[in-house]
Design a protein around this ligand. Structure first.
Ligand code: SF4
Length: 320
């Protein structure tokens, strides 16, 4: 591992030296440093900043401090089911005890070429190419990719937060700002090395989850290659509000299909006001999947997401 220096952050607005990075739980960053993919000169430890509280917001929402551990968040009874289920489906118990809310959002793709510093990869070595397009892309993106990169975002938690319209609160030397979680992560375009819209030195301080009464009936379902401690090959976060057999409102987001958590806006629009039936759920998923651009080895995700979306929405409809 490359040598680096270490200091603790005094406040969220301290900022960063050039080639410095924030360290919180370290569950992704330290792995990437051991692999030689992340090579910071300085680690700035933010784990001692007072960012570890979960507080009520007016209107029934929650403010989740960026330092709140995944296991503590999952155990909070105020957390909507889809978010709790997403958290508990991620990683292992040991990792959830270390991983933070802010760090979970900022974890990087597990594309195998990205994880190997000796491979070409436009994300870790811009301009070196994307071997995944003709190589191992079984678990890579069918939506939102570009000729430069088809990585998938690995977070489960972020998928639920996207469905819940969460807002990311950020602070830094240039001041504080708020970013809808759906706008935090970038699609790769020609610059896949940038995962998010955060500027150097900006620190996530909290995530606001607005109150959404019908999220009391919500769910997160994850398909993966083994029963635990595995990243998704596809996931669905959904909440459904049904009255007299009609969909009054719906939230639907997908994971492991795109370089960012994928909010299925087209599917939601298609469903509002329609009967809450399997046929309508399938048609809504198809409306979203029209934009899919699968490759030879990840085309299975189209049918996977179609079936998972129907199954999750049916289960929520049946729960009424
Ligand atoms: Fe790198 Fe993205 Fe291509 Fe994977 S998909 S090899 S992360 S450029």
């Amino acid at each position: 591992m490359k040598t680096f220096s270490y200091r603790t952050a005094g406040s969220p607005t301290d900022g960063l030296e050039p080639n410095a990075v924030f360290l919180a739980g370290g569950t992704n960053l330290v792995d990437l440093m051991k692999l030689g993919v992340a090579t910071p000169d300085v680690l700035v430890d933010v784990s001692r900043l007072p960012l570890g509280d979960i507080t009520d917001l007016p209107g029934g929402g929650l403010r989740i401090g960026a330092g709140v551990r995944n296991s503590d968040l999952a155990a909070d009874p105020r957390v909507p089911p889809m978010l709790r289920q997403a958290l508990l489906s991620g990683a292992s118990g040991q990792l959830r005890n270390m991983a933070t809310t802010g760090g979970n959002l900022l974890q990087r793709t597990r594309c195998r070429y990205f994880m190997d510093a000796s491979d070409p990869c436009n994300k870790h070595s811009p301009g070196s190419g994307c071997p995944a397009r003709t190589g191992d892309h079984r678990n890579l993106a069918i939506l939102g990719g570009s000729p430069s990169c088809i990585a998938t975002h690995p977070s489960d938690m972020a998928v639920a937060l996207t469905a819940l319209d969460a807002v990311v609160r950020v602070d830094g030397p240039a001041g504080a700002r708020q970013i809808p979680v759906g706008e935090l992560h970038r699609l790769p375009g020609d610059t896949p090395e940038r995962d998010t819209v955060l500027e150097h030195g900006e620190l996530i301080t909290a995530v606001d989850v607005p109150g959404l009464p019908f999220a009391a009936r919500s769910a997160y379902r994850k398909a993966r290659d083994r029963a635990s401690y595995a990243f998704a090959v596809g996931s669905v976060a959904a909440a459904l509000d049904v009255t007299d057999g009609l969909v009054r409102d719906v939230r639907l987001a997908w994971g492991a299909v795109a370089p960012k958590p994928w909010r299925a806006h087209r599917a939601e629009q298609r469903l509002r006001g329609r009967p809450a039936t399997a046929e309508e759920f399938r048609a809504a998923a198809d409306a979203e999947l029209e934009a899919a651009e699968p490759l030879s080895d990840n085309a299975y995700k189209v049918e996977l997401l179609r079936r998972m979306s129907v199954a999750v929405l049916e289960s929520l409809g049946d729960a009424r």
